[in-house]
Design a binder for this molecule. Structure first.
Ligand SMILES: Nc1ncnc2c1ncn2[C@@H]1O[C@H](COP(=O)(O)OP(=O)(O)OP(=O)(O)O)[C@@H](O)[C@H]1O
Length: 486
């Protein structure tokens, strides 16, 4: 039907039985005098109360559809939040009238292994798979011979849920202009993504629509975009509600030496975690630091549910040369073609090189700037810092000679001497315990004269631990006595 002008549209609207419109779109003048028998509102758990009321005024019967275990309405004002705007009409009515709820239990999205996670953590085991096809759905992959064991596990179709633990890597979060990022984790995500595409059996190389990446932070999504450098869909957790993919990769980002801060972050909200866990159909791959994430109670339970996969596993071969780079091309029947093992090897190696670069202090990075492989970087570092050269031994001995306690605490000072003695031992210039004790006593300063004399007057040598204890007691006795409270 051709529609010319508003009158035509109105005429058409009078004839049709069902109108689909957004909650705010209902205010269109075209609908001003419309009445409906019933109003069905989807995603009602995410809609604020005033926004919900608009469409409900148009009908005498309404059905709200939603899940208040997923994200609540987004309310940015803390004042509005405090005064109850964060609770949707859906949530309020379901609490006030539990008899009016019809709880749907069959879901058709997640396979059994993925459903099991949110089922036990959030839904109290009430969810069921709607069909055996959904229940048993698997992400089929070709078997790749020349990949590390951890990547083979990632590809294993019989592992629907994988948690890749980055605790063995220097994959710490970085904060820049109030945004949180984790470059190493971004590279791991890119690697896993690439591998999945590489091993996929059901679509061509450039098709990425069955993979999606979820992350809590916007800045993070941008960083992963750069690392993945393809058209794979990357969104924040909040934006993923309402979408799904065969394979979802979740990057948790937070990895800190002071993990306590993470509890108050976006990850502290269990609704958000539930969204991250419930949008994959066949495979859910999570990447994060178990040490940090365990500080969030729900994530601790999640991590405890299955054995996490340590990345770092079987990577030594790249560094020590026992897993050399395969040939870049293969010749078969006089045709030269790219060698897939070469591509996988170089990507894995770049990941390790990034991990090495990420773990060293900025002043040293320039030394390895020329390295193109992890092995080259490692060799430069070993030659510079670990080679038992006479120069290096002399340098450490000089540092030892000039070490004094100064303003350091006893424990810190003794630790400095011990570390240098350990460095010398690694270079083959072992110091015996008595020499270490002498170095410590020499560096203590005048305050400790009395104790130094007592230790030197002993017939038997003193152990490092015994000396530590004596010095700590002496240090305490040197502290000024606080005045007694009145
Ligand atoms: N009866 C069905 N048979 C097969 N697949 C179904 C059926 N119903 C839904 N699905 C599939 O299940 C997935 C989830 O469906 P849908 O998006 O409607 O759920 P939802 O509860 O509205 O989720 P959300 O609120 O997260 O958007 C989709 O991939 C959809 O194709």
């Amino acid at each position: 039907m051709d529609m010319n002008g508003i009158e035509d549209i109105k005429l058409r609207l009078d004839q049709i039985k069902v109108v689909a419109v957004t909650c705010l779109g209902i205010t269109s003048p075209l609908l001003a005098n419309k009445r409906f028998d019933a109003c069905i509102m989807d995603e009602a758990g995410q809609t604020t109360l005033p926004v919900s009321l608009g469409p409900l005024m148009f009908a005498s019967v309404f059905v709200l559809v939603g899940d208040h275990y997923q994200l609540p309405p987004l309310v940015q004002s803390t004042e509005a939040q405090k005064n109850g705007m964060g609770a949707s009409l859906f949530c309020r009515l379901s609490e006030a009238h539990p008899q009016a709820i019809s709880a749907l239990q069959s879901q058709y999205r997640m396979s059994a292994g993925i459903m099991e996670l949110s089922n036990s953590l959030i839904y109290d085991n009430r969810l069921r798979c709607g069909s055996t096809e959904v229940e048993n759905a698997k992400l089929k992959c070709r078997t790749l011979k020349s990949v590390s064991p951890w990547l083979k596990e990632v590809l294993n179709p019989y592992r629907p849920v994988i948690f890749i633990n980055t605790d063995m890597l220097p994959a710490l979060e970085a904060k820049e202009n109030k945004t949180v990022n984790n470059p190493i984790e971004a590279h791991i995500i890119a690697e896993v993504c690439f591998l999945h595409r590489f091993a996929s059996t059901n679509s061509s190389w450039h098709v990425w629509e069955d993979i999606g990446i979820i992350t809590p932070y916007n800045s993070r999504a941008n960083l992963i975009c750069r690392a993945v450098s393809t058209s794979v869909e990357i969104h924040t957790i909040d934006k993923y509600q309402g979408r799904d993919k065969d394979c979802i990769l979740v990057s948790f980002v937070r990895s800190s030496e002071n993990p306590r801060n993470c509890v108050s972050s976006l990850l502290g909200d269990w609704h958000r975690i539930n969204v991250a866990l419930t949008h994959a159909k066949k495979k859910l791959i999570m990447v994060g630091s178990c040490k940090t994430l365990s500080k969030v109670p729900l994530l601790k339970l999640l991590i405890e549910k299955f054995q996490t996969l340590f990345i770092g596993y079987d990577l030594l071969g790249y560094i020590d040369g026992s897993k050399p780079c395969p040939l870049a091309t293969l010749t078969q029947a006089n045709t030269i073609r790219p060698n897939p093992s070469y591509i996988l090897w170089t990507r894995q190696d770049q990941l390790i090189l990034n991990a090495v670069i990420g773990s060293i202090s900025p002043t040293i990075i320039s030394f390895i700037a020329q390295a193109t492989t992890s092995r080259q970087a490692w060799k430069i570092l070993a030659n510079t810092y670990a080679k038992p050269s006479r120069g290096r031994i002399k340098q450490i001995k000089n540092q030892l000679k000039n070490s004094t306690k100064g303003s350091l605490g006893i424990t810190e000072f003794m630790q400095t001497i011990k570390t240098r003695a350990d460095d010398l031992a690694l270079l083959g210039a072992l110091m015996d315990e008595e020499e270490i004790t002498d170095k410590i006593l020499d560096g203590l300063g005048d305050d400790y004269k009395e104790l130094v004399r007592t230790v030197q007057a002993r017939d038997t040598s003193i152990t490092f631990e015994e000396l530590h204890e004596k010095l700590l007691n002496f240090e305490a006795s040197l502290q000024p006595i606080p005045p007694k409270p009145h």
